[in-house]
Write a protein that binds this ligand. Structure first.
Ligand code: NAG
Ligand code: NAG
Ligand code: NAG
Ligand code: NAG
Length: 357
């Protein structure tokens, strides 16, 4: 059983090992020296945050420590906390407006499918589940990447003014999520995900393959009080996996969690961080344990990887500024805690002469 995972997940970690090795060689070459072995500290955010923690777990003798920022180390099958966190991050008023919007969209999908999809410039998403998943993700991103007001302010205002919520949401989605955040609608199209030709969007298919075989994080609607459409359910995700990758493709989350330990990861010298508003934080390690401190940054727009990326973020502007976070102090405090741990672990590593390569 473990061997299967060994084949799938291990090559990634093992290729990291080669990257370290090659970087050390090229550094030594550049500085005209031989045989010097630097101490290594691993960094990563999100899935690469999990890889950062797992690399330290599997190669403790090659590393001095790891920062696992918003690291999704726990594979979750039905990840209902994702939607619940969006509700919490949004607050009562915005959450209610989002829920009403979803209900209206569902009604219009039933009465005039083409019109509502066109309103979102998303007529190409023929499968309703894909369209509803796209709309759900558009809301999630505002909280995940530190821009809650871009979504909530106009929506709550539209509700107060008695305006059409679907139109207000469509404006946010087309102007902000697609227009400025820069997401491609094709990302949500199962037909596109089936395309195996290599191009700049190949990553979409690769990510779904990880989701459909190892980690799931199926962002299903919770049974009660959901923001997203209840049509975004377990069956939608399993159906996508089957259609995109073939019969019999489903995520073996238990194997993943047994192999790496999930939130019971038996690592050491790993800092975990999470952002208070981030829907992903429930798949991370939230509780400190000896030698693996976990820090939270709490603020109005503290999201995914805020310690490394600041606020807000988008794919084209990854490095946000901590000064734009609701509480720059909350972020700076965690950054200092990370630096303290790095200093300590690097010095201990140096003193013991181990964990270098
Ligand atoms: C590199 O180091 C060697 C041995 O110390 C020395 O002979 C050589 O001149 C150095 N080369 C450069 C470019 O500094
Ligand atoms: C996930 O949710 C589906 C639908 O509610 C349910 O049938 C299934 O048992 C759940 N699986 C797990 C592992 O919780
Ligand atoms: C459903 O959610 C509402 C609103 O959060 C809550 O008041 C209610 O107790 C929940 N019902 C159940 C069965 O959990
Ligand atoms: C240790 C720590 O501060 N982790 C936090 C991460 O987020 C959860 C959810 O809010 C908090 O309960 C943890 O305290």
């Amino acid at each position: 059983m473990v061997m299967v995972l060994f084949i799938f997940l291990h090559p990634t970690l093992f290729s990291f090992f080669f990257v370290c090795f090659l970087m050390q060689e090229s550094l030594n070459l550049k500085l005209n020296r031989t045989g010097v072995e630097n101490p290594w500290f691993v960094f990563g955010v999100s899935y690469s945050g999990a890889l950062s923690a797992w690399f330290r777990l599997k190669f403790p003798h090659l590393t001095c420590g790891s920062l696992a920022s918003s690291a999704v180390v726990l594979a979750v099958y039905n990840y209902t906390e994702f939607d619940q966190q969006i509700g919490e991050s949004a607050g009562a008023e915005c959450k209610a407006a989002l829920q009403e919007t979803t209900q209206l969209v569902e009604e219009r999908l039933a009465s005039n499918k083409k019109a509502v999809k066109t309103l979102f410039d998303a007529a190409e998403l023929e499968i309703d589940g894909d369209f509803l998943y796209f709309l759900a993700d558009a809301a999630a991103i505002a909280f995940q990447y530190g821009n809650p007001d871009k979504l909530c302010s106009p929506l709550v205002q539209a509700k107060k003014d008695g305006e059409d919520l679907v139109e207000a949401y469509a404006k946010y989605v087309t102007e902000y999520y697609v227009g400025s955040f820069g997401v491609s609608i094709r990302t949500y199209d199962q037909r596109h995900l089936k395309d195996t030709t290599l191009n700049e969007n190949t990553g979409d298919r690769l990510w779904w393959f990880q989701v459909c075989t190892e980690v799931a994080y199926f962002q299903v609607a919770p049974a009660n009080d959901s923001i997203r459409s209840s049509q975004v359910d377990t069956r939608y995700h399993l159906d996508l996996c089957k259609k995109v990758f073939g019969e019999g493709t489903y995520p073996e989350v238990d194997k993943t969690n047994i192999y790496y330990g999930g939130t019971n990861i038996a690592g050491s010298r790993i800092v975990f961080t999470n952002g208070s508003q981030d829907p992903w934080r429930h798949a991370s390690k939230k509780i400190s344990s000896p030698d693996m401190p976990s820090f939270v940054m709490s603020c109005h727009n503290c999201g995914h990887g805020t310690d490394m990326r600041g606020c807000p973020q988008s794919p084209f502007n990854i490095e946000g500024n901590a000064r734009n976070c609701g509480s720059p102090d909350a972020v700076e405090k965690v950054r200092h805690q990370i630096i303290e741990k790095m200093d300590l672990w690097l010095s201990e590593c140096h003193a013991s002469g181990r964990s270098s390569m």
